[in-house]
Write a protein of this length. Structure first.
Length: 286
């Protein structure tokens, strides 16, 4: 197995985004606790988060190996392409899960427990539900929103109001993010029987759900300012970013085409890191 196969097994780009979110909120948690940043712990979080996320993605691909063969987007992954056996992937996944959980657990108990929960919930709740009901997106949004919570708890030591805010922002963001992806890839997803759009197809109902979730993100993105944890300018940037995001969701609602969904999808990749970074830079603490 080469690096290309390994990166596909762990879904490297997704894993990178997850670790990025956690690393940002770790710095916030450290500042909230009024302590100097422990860069060794920051490194543990990054490595541990990378391993835990890679493990969850590996288990996901093991479970869906036969379905991945059916989709153009995933048929070249290491297991369906025959570059890696299920047993080899399982061993790698278990080693990453154990190593990552150990590192995160060494930071504090809460971080370790949250990491175990994220693996189990993603691999064994969200993954099987994808072929059963569109509610799978809601279920998947829970472990998907845990990285910033895990990062904050790793830095601060416990869950508080700020931890819930960073969780809420990432939780709501995932709906327009995943639904725009599902809109673009709906034909491919249907080959494997996945039901990820709210109504199960590209229609007005799915577009309305996507727009509504993006609209909800506008006030949610302002929670750091509402609770006085961020500088005023953070709110201005957040509202500006959210309105641009909302405009693209409105375009999808009006046109209901793949081009509009793809634009919303790409915007979602930029939206989250921008909002998280400005919260960090304008963070006022507790």
């Amino acid at each position: 197995m080469n690096w290309k196969d390994f990166s596909k097994l762990i879904k490297f780009r997704l894993t990178f985004l997850v670790v990025f979110s956690a690393s940002i909120t770790f710095l916030m948690g450290s500042r909230a606790g009024g302590q100097d940043i422990n860069w060794l712990n920051w490194a543990k979080l990054i490595i541990g988060g990378f391993l835990v996320t890679g493990a969850a993605n590996s288990f996901n691909e093991i479970i869906e190996k036969d379905l991945d063969k059916l989709m153009k987007r995933t048929m070249d992954r290491p297991i369906p392409s025959g570059h890696l056996t299920t047993g080899q992937a399982l061993i790698l996944g278990l080693l990453m899960a154990l190593g990552g959980t150990y590192l995160l657990g060494s930071l504090n108990l809460g971080t370790g427990l949250l990491s175990v929960f994220s693996i189990l919930f993603y691999a064994f709740a969200y993954t099987p539900l994808k072929r059963i009901t569109p509610i799978a997106v809601f279920v998947g949004a829970i472990p998907g929103a845990l990285p910033p919570l895990i990062g904050y708890v790793a830095g601060y030591g416990k869950v508080d109001e700020i931890a819930l805010i960073v969780f809420a922002i990432q939780f709501v963001w995932q709906f327009p993010h995943f639904w725009s992806i599902a809109w673009v890839l709906d034909d491919d997803y249907k080959l494997a029987g996945f039901r990820l759009l709210p109504t199960g197809k590209r229609d007005l109902g799915s577009a309305i759900f996507t727009f509504a979730a993006t609209l909800l993100l506008v006030p949610v993105s302002l929670l750091p300012n509402f609770y006085h944890h961020a500088a005023d300018w953070v709110g201005y940037v957040s509202i500006g970013s959210s309105l641009v995001f909302l405009y693209l969701a409105l375009v999808l609602l009006i046109r209901r085409d793949i081009v509009s969904a793809r634009r919303l999808m790409f915007a979602s990749f930029f939206y989250l890191p921008v909002v998280q970074l400005i919260f960090l830079f304008g963070f006022k603490g507790k």
